[in-house]
Design a protein around this ligand. Structure first.
Ligand code: ADP
Ligand code: MG
Length: 320
């Protein structure tokens, strides 16, 4: 099979059929209709085998993840996803692998109404670069930079589960049964908070998705906003599965320092709290926990029973 047959067979019609796609896969570029009353939100993320996922990771999960990490960035902006492109580098053509890979990508694309509209296919070490495109009403995109002293700090879901799932896959954490399966699934198939991100428009003063670890990503939100933040360690939500397999101290370390959660970390001023309560009460909304607050000044602190906890470092590809 050649490159063009491969594209035609696997990538020609992936994801949602959308009336705002004038030209999808098949020309030199895609032609897309951005409504006149919307702003375009664009992001891109690369996954490399052995760096972002273990060698031998299931193809379905790679397909899912490559789109999930991008939809999570759109979610953190409060955007409605519409389109994606996919630049794929493959060591060889393995039809079974491709079938599975596209299956994972398609499943998540369909769940969020996303159309795959173009990409590139090359030969080399396995890597994937997805670009996701979405829209917001003008001026409503959530930013990292809007937090102010007194705002409360919230996080969705149970951060730490995905990092524990990866540790289980890599054998640095032990465990079995349903708890193990639940944590591994959190790493293998992150669920980007797309619908909830859009609900936070007009409620959250700042928002970021947790990809490199809660403490590190909070540091970025606080720095972008020019404020400080305090997290109360006792308020960190720890899932029962994480607590059971890792024990309290290690669970907390995963929660603060582990990456790959793709939860939303956001701030809400006093005036937005009633609206947040309504948003989180709606059916399908993720669990949402208040874990601290925004302070005047700079820097992030995590306060435990016996004083400040040491801050874990987040993931940095070029850390020395
Ligand atoms: P060009 O050489 O003009 O850049 P390509 O031969 O790379 O075009 O791609 C042909 C068409 O197939 C284009 O519309 C491109 O967007 C699409 N395409 C290529 N690879 C992929 C892929 N992995 N996923 C989706 N679309 C792809
Ligand atoms: Mg061309």
């Amino acid at each position: 099979m050649g490159e063009f047959e491969l594209i035609e067979r696997y990538f020609a019609a992936v994801g949602a059929e959308r009336s705002d796609v004038v030209q999808g896969v098949g020309d030199d570029a895609a032609v897309l209709k951005v409504p006149a009353d919307r702003e375009l939100i664009a992001c891109t993320d690369t996954l490399i085998e052995g760096r972002h996922f273990p060698v031998g990771f299931a193809a379905f999960d790679i397909g899912w993840r490559s789109l999930a990490v991008n939809l999570s960035d759109l979610a953190a902006m409060g955007a409605e996803p519409r389109w994606a492109t996919l630049a794929l580098t493959l060591p060889s053509i393995d039809e079974e692998w491709l079938e599975e890979f596209v299956g994972g990508f398609r499943a998540l694309a369909l769940a969020h109404g996303v159309a795959l509209v173009g990409g590139d296919t090359t030969r080399g070490t396995l890597s994937l670069t997805v670009q996701a495109l979405g829209t917001v009403p003008p001026g409503t995109a959530l930013r990292r930079s809007g937090a102010a002293p007194g705002d409360l700090l919230y996080v969705t879901g149970w951060p730490g589960d995905a990092a524990a799932g990866l540790a289980l896959l890599q054998g640095t954490l032990g465990g079995s049964g349903a708890d193990r399966a639940a944590l591994e699934l959190k790493f293998r198939r992150p669920e980007p908070r797309v619908a909830f991100g859009q609900k936070l428009r007009g409620i959250a003063s700042a928002c970021i998705d947790v990809s490199d670890g809660l403490a590190a990503d909070l540091g970025r939100l606080a720095a972008a906003s020019g404020v400080g933040a305090v997290v109360r360690a006792a308020e960190l939500p720890l899932s029962r599965a994480l607590y059971t397999l890792a024990g309290e101290a290690r669970a907390r370390a995963y929660s603060l320092g582990g990456g790959d959660d793709y939860e939303l970390l956001f701030t809400v001023p006093a005036a937005g709290r009633a609206a947040l309560a309504r948003a989180t009460a709606a059916s399908g909304a993720p669990a949402c926990h208040c874990i601290g607050e925004i302070l005047a000044g700079r820097g992030v602190r995590v306060v435990g029973e016996k004083g400040d906890l040491p801050l874990p470092k987040g993931w940095d590809h070029f850390a020395t």
